[in-house]
Design a protein around this ligand. Structure first.
Ligand code: MD6
Ligand code: FE
Length: 211
């Protein structure tokens, strides 16, 4: 593997995990995912405020959010009602290399950030299994990623995630607060042939149920 940097206990940063050719292959696979399961804009539970990030999923389960149902996993796209398409093979391989967990991921959340989108500090805690890490992969524009501890008030540090970079949240950092402060618009051209606004795609691979 390329170099790995432990930025907090259990939080590994792997710059350049996917080289340019692998990023292009992944974008090709994601175009098929999005053709089957289009991006949609979820809304926050209770307030109904729309996310600034558009989302879709692949895998047997997908993470969804809406005003009345809250945050949860479900097997179908909330707008089309269709099952999510399968997780592309190269993402299953990335999980094997990065998660070191003996069962496959069940959900791959695909987040699309237009240049002004951001993601507030949150913990990934809607899964029944916290033994598996969450594996994150970035494509397109660089993002300022912030990660702290398991308490919201714990000190945080931020790193820039560029196209092809991976982050793994496991061990003591599995339930760490993290978020995206901002996108550095125009910092990458890797999505330009597909998404006319550019921006950034983040993929998170998760184990949801206990094996
Ligand atoms: C993002 N990432 O990079 C948001 N979650 O756009 C996440 O929310 C995330 O990077 C769990 C594990 C790693 C992550
Ligand atoms: Fe997250």
């Amino acid at each position: 593997m390329t170099n790995q940097i432990e930025i907090a206990p259990g939080c590994r940063y792997v710059p350049g995990f996917f080289d340019r050719a692998a990023q292009e292959a992944l974008i090709g696979a994601l175009r098929d995912v999005v053709a089957a399961a289009p991006f949609y804009t979820p809304c926050m539970p209770r307030t109904g405020k729309p996310f600034s990030v558009a989302m879709t999923n692949c895998g047997p389960l997908g993470w969804v959010a809406d005003k009345d149902g809250g945050y949860r996993y479900q097997a179908t796209h909330p707008e089309t009602g269709e099952p999510w398409p399968p997780i592309p093979e190269m993402l299953l391989e990335a999980w094997e290399r990065l998660a070191a967990y003996p069962h496959p991921p069940e959900a791959c959340l695909v987040n699309y950030y237009r240049p002004n989108a951001k993601m507030g500090l949150h913990r990934d805690e809607d899964e029944a299994d916290f033994d598996a890490s969450v594996v994150s992969l970035s494509l397109g524009d660089t993002a300022v990623f912030r990660v702290g501890g398991t308490a919201r008030k714990a000190p945080t540090r931020s790193i820039r995630l560029a196209s092809g970079d991976a982050v793994v949240l496991g061990g003591e950092s599995r339930l760490a607060y993290h978020g995206i402060d901002r996108i550095l618009a125009g910092s990458s051209t890797s999505l330009a042939g597909w998404l006319p606004d550019g921006g950034r795609i983040n993929l998170t691979l998760r184990r949801v149920t206990r094996p």
